[in-house]
Design a protein around this ligand. Structure first.
Ligand SMILES: Nc1ncnc2c1ncn2[C@@H]1O[C@H](COP(=O)(O)OP(=O)(O)OP(=O)(O)O)[C@@H](O)[C@H]1O
Length: 351
């Protein structure tokens, strides 16, 4: 059976430039089909009008790149004539959050893996690197940021019709949780979801920021896709626990970002191992190494392991993120390392 090829192959193809040299063939939409059957990969490239000559060379280049990928033994490449131009699309709605130089989404395929914990601590660790950092809790189904930041009862002030983000732990933060009563069940119907997200992004007086960290809702549904389309995401960090079931969901999240052409900055393994707070002994209740192996399989960076520590939960519940409460502890250092890698990957955009 033929299946869509994994995101690593698509990423490999993005090294091939278009005939004009402006952009790559993936971003330019020239990859018509990329599928895989066991060790055989099939590739069909679309020929833009008048580019038949250079596209033959580009197809050969793309075939050579695919043939060099792990697990690929045979590549079947073909060119196809250009499609008729689609009717002019309606003007797309304006992009949101344009005041941030970079925007990264923290995502998970599954709830409860520590996505919000990672987003908050990553944001705090980035702010500790003297970056101007925003944190947007877009997890409209279960906003946990107000509690994790120690401001469960905060209500935003407004200035000139826009809400002011809260300033806490060196961050500028906003959450849907600041707008609804605590414990109020958030049951959103489709159009309301985008309305709420639009409000969080467009109706807030965000200052100029180096990095906006968005805590996405868990899963790979409409809210995540819409957000990826409305915000120019610089990249995504995927959080998983080591179990196979969480990793399968992480894989789905990676595929979603590949589909929306958002680069995945890497995979973080949360609750990776347990450190006994008394004796410091290490154990691995959920197994170990799964996320690293999965990252390798997907061809994305592995961004490190965050330990399962009672202090991480206690400090989140107590409103002081562990990256601020104990930056030199084992979890604080894990988040500092994550922040250093993310800042490194964004360095060109932040220079
Ligand atoms: N490394 C860790 N060590 C100990 N507790 C953790 C760790 N990471 C997360 N937790 C705890 O696990 C619970 C779930 O974490 P969190 O809310 O961050 O998950 P989530 O993936 O954002 O969930 P959802 O998206 O469903 O809200 C919280 O109580 C949090 O304090």
């Amino acid at each position: 059976m033929s299946v869509p090829a994994d995101p690593a192959l698509l990423r490999a193809l993005s090294a091939v430039l278009t005939p004009s040299g402006a952009g790559d063939i993936v971003a330019a939409g020239l990859v018509e089909t990329l599928s895989r059957e066991d060790t055989t990969v099939s590739l069909v490239l679309r020929v833009p009008p008048g580019e038949e000559g250079p596209m033959t060379r580009i197809l050969a280049e793309a075939e050579a790149i695919l043939a060099a990928q792990a697990g690929v033994e045979r590549v079947r490449g073909a060119l196809t004539a250009h499609r008729p131009e689609p009717p002019p699309a309606r003007t797309p709605p304006p992009r949101l959050l344009t005041g941030a130089r970079t925007v990264i989404a923290v995502a998970s395929g599954k709830g409860g893996v520590g996505k919000s914990t990672t987003a908050v601590n990553l944001a705090v660790a980035l702010a500790r690197r003297d970056l101007r950092v925003g944190l947007l809790d877009a997890d409209i189904y279960g906003p946990s940021l107000p509690l994790m930041l120690g401001r469960p009862d905060h209500r935003p002030q407004t200035l000139d019709g826009k809400m002011l983000p809260i300033e806490v732990w060196g961050l500028h933060a906003m959450s849907i949780g600041f707008l609804v009563e605590p414990d109020q069940a958030l049951i959103w119907r489709g159009p309301m979801v985008m309305g709420a997200l639009q409000q969080l992004m467009g109706d807030v007086a965000w200052p100029e920021l180096d990095i906006m960290v968005i805590d996405l809702p868990p899963g790979t549904g409409d809210a995540q896709l819409t957000l990826a389309q409305r915000v120019s995401l610089t990249g995504a960090v995927i959080v998983s626990t080591p179990q196979d079931i969480a990793l399968a969901d992480a894989r789905r999240a990676a595929a979603m970002f590949a589909k929306t052409q958002v680069p995945v900055l890497g995979l973080v393994e949360n609750m990776s191992f347990y450190c006994c707070p008394n004796c410091g002994a290490r154990s691995e209740p959920f197994g170990h190494g799964g996320a690293r192996a999965e990252a390798e399989r997907l061809g994305i960076p592995f961004l490190g392991e965050v330990p399962l520590l009672p202090d991480v939960r206690a400090s989140a519940d107590g409103g002081t993120p562990i990256a601020a409460a104990a930056p030199d502890g084992v979890a604080g250092l894990a988040f500092a390392s994550l922040a250093a890698q993310v800042a490194g990957m964004l360095a060109r955009r932040l220079a």
